[in-house]
Design a protein around this ligand. Structure first.
Ligand code: SAM
Ligand code: SF4
Length: 351
């Protein structure tokens, strides 16, 4: 068993990969966590949330100090990349404090975040100063009216100003995340890529996943990334990027470079291409649930351990290490099923 003392030995940033105890039954090393710091959001995207959402009461949500402690423990166990997500992370009061705390952890190589961009105009500089290296900004339409329809309440202009602010402060990388839905915004794959090229940033297209019950069936809006790639290839020469090759792959995305530009195009295709075999990540919800797979229900509740043992990380460390034994081999999303594969919304698990 690992003791709190032993965690010190995992604080070596350069040599810790082979020592990391976070290896699952399939030999996959977990070195990446996604932490959702709130289930709340200022948008209500149609693929992510129901129109009427009930959010968690405050006491059921990890405090920012608890979030910081969790990240510190994971980093001590060999995690080198942390993504802060939500809900919308920037609607959480004092979220910046957490970024500043995490940004100082030795052993952490990459602090990154996913945001809807609505608050970026205000926070971009402070996030950069806190050590956030890369940022993913969700953008599903460049048409203000359609943008509002998809987000139900969002203002496109605010997000575009957020993207401009992010560019101005010089993140190492900015990537747009786009969920295409047949009949809603599938005609915007090309305009959004054109926008990414103009802005010198990257873009990823994400196939909609059956997470949480929303107002439409995911089958009715499904558009495969293979079809999107094909349509983009008729406008741009796309060259398969080294990041996609089997030996480099640690995530679900396949990347292509747009010849003659700085832009990379990613495809996250849980339905048409399943890359679970190289999964290197786990997710922690704002309630402290450690989900071992986005598309399965296997989890460990870390909040009781955080609250029962405020001064002793040992139970937490042991639970995290033991959780590797229940990391599933992969998701089994099936769009033909009437019910969503997983009842919880993406905003709960953290995208
Ligand atoms: N609010 C932030 C945002 O929108 O970027 C962060 C959280 S959001 C849950 C993270 C990512 O998940 C977003 O890029 C969003 O488009 C994506 N997402 C949400 N629900 C999804 C679903 N059902 N299928 C695929 N992607 C989804
Ligand atoms: Fe909010 Fe992000 Fe979900 Fe949209 S995708 S509702 S912005 S959490």
């Amino acid at each position: 068993m690992y003791s709190a003392k032993m965690q010190i030995q995992y604080k070596e940033p350069e040599n810790n990969t082979h020592l990391s105890p976070l290896i699952d039954r399939f030999g996959r090393q977990v070195d990446y966590i996604r932490l959702s710091i709130t289930d709340r959001c200022d948008f209500r995207c149609v693929y992510c949330m129901a129109e009427d959402m009930t959010f968690l009461p405050r006491h059921e949500v990890l405090s920012l100090e608890e979030c910081a402690r969790l990240v510190r423990v994971f980093v001590a166990l060999g995690v080198s990349k942390v993504r802060i997500t939500g809900g919308e992370p920037l609607v959480r009061k004092n979220a910046l404090w957490l970024f500043q705390e995490i940004g100082q952890l030795t052993g952490l190589k990459e602090l990154v975040m996913t945001t809807n961009g609505s608050q970026l105009e205000q926070y971009a500089q402070a996030l950069r100063d806190a050590g956030v290296k890369r940022i993913n900004i969700s953008l599903d339409s460049l048409n203000a009216e359609r943008f509002r329809k998809i987000t139900r309440v969002g203002e496109l202009d605010k997000v575009l100003r957020g993207i401009a602010a992010a560019k101005a402060v010089g993140f190492d990388n900015i990537k747009l995340n786009t969920v295409l839905m047949r009949g809603t915004n599938d005609d915007e794959a090309l305009p959004l890529l054109n926008f990414a090229i103009e802005q010198d940033i990257d873009i990823s297209y994400i196939e909609e996943m059956p997470l949480g019950a929303v107002d439409h069936t995911r089958d009715s809006t499904y558009i495969s990334n293979a079809a999107t790639l094909k349509s983009l290839q008729s406008h741009y020469p796309l060259v398969s990027s080294a990041e996609s090759s089997a030996e480099n792959r640690t995530g679900p995305a396949e990347y292509w470079r747009v010849t003659g530009t700085q832009t990379r195009v990613g495809f996250i295709s849980p339905h048409s291409h399943n890359f679970c075999e190289s999964c290197n990540r786990v997710r922690i919800t704002c309630k402290g649930e450690l989900f071992l797979c986005l598309g399965q229900d296997d989890k460990v509740d870390l909040m009781p351990l955080l609250r029962e043992f405020p001064d002793d990380d040992t139970p937490l460390i042991n639970a995290i290490i033991a959780s590797m034994q229940i990391k599933p081999q992969g998701h089994d999303f099936d769009l033909k099923r009437a019910e969503p594969a997983v009842i919880r919304f993406m905003s709960h698990t953290g995208g």
